[in-house]
Design a protein around this ligand. Sequence first.
Ligand SMILES: O=C(O)CCC(=O)C(=O)O
Ligand SMILES: [Fe+2]
Length: 259
Amino acid sequence: MEQQVVDSASSFTSAVNLDQLQMSSIPQRYVLPPLQRPNSSHLHISSTLPIIDLSTLSDQSLISTTISDIRIASKEIGCFQVINHGIDQSVMDEALKVATEFFNLPNEEKMRFFSEDVHKPVSNYLHGEINGGWQTLAVNCYPACPQPGLTLGIHPHSDYGSITVLLQTRSGLEIKDKNNNWVPVPCIEGALVVQLGDQMEVLSNGQYKSVIHRATVNGDEKRFSIVSLHSFAMDRKMGPALELVDDHHPKSYNVKDVN
Ligand SMILES: O=C(O)CCC(=O)C(=O)O
Ligand SMILES: [Fe+2]
């Protein structure tokens, strides 16, 4: 039975298929070595993730404090949450509703939207916007998992682009702090998670951090995240901003094509 699931589905749908089979344990290939499992390094949570109220940016008396809070979060963690960001709750609720409906479709229906080129559907629409940059929208569904302590929804990685904005339906996202501890990102109603990516770390000559993060799974409920990944234009040469390179801060990265 398991073999059939693996053969008939791409990695895109296989975990969802397993969910439909209501298995009481996960297949061996999903079981991680003990040190890579969630909770293995939670013992001393040393960081709390800042929550930035973006409505303060329209108040002259608060603007510099807010910018400074964003700068500190970008330097220390590369991640923060934003509230009062101007996106209506109803828009976010609708996006999550459509995501849920999509993942509830039968596999054959879902595969009608399948594309080998993950940039294709969105780039056609947005290419040329944001100064030739790219936006990729990922919608992730993490089925409830019978053994959440043994596996992960997404393995540790940093995002390749400049900035990522993420909406989650429940907690599950974790970031690595500067002491190498995994810190859970709490799910706050209406908040969006902002993560800096590799391009921002390079552009800032290492002053800002591209945050390493992962997604855990849970035993009782599906979790969704909608992830908007923003990247500079592919034909752009990327390197540290010259203003940030001097005798005390030598160039830490070579200039490379974003590609
Ligand atoms: O779902 C999450 O919380 C993380 C997703 C993520 O890191 C990604 O799609 O790049
Ligand atoms: Fe990511």
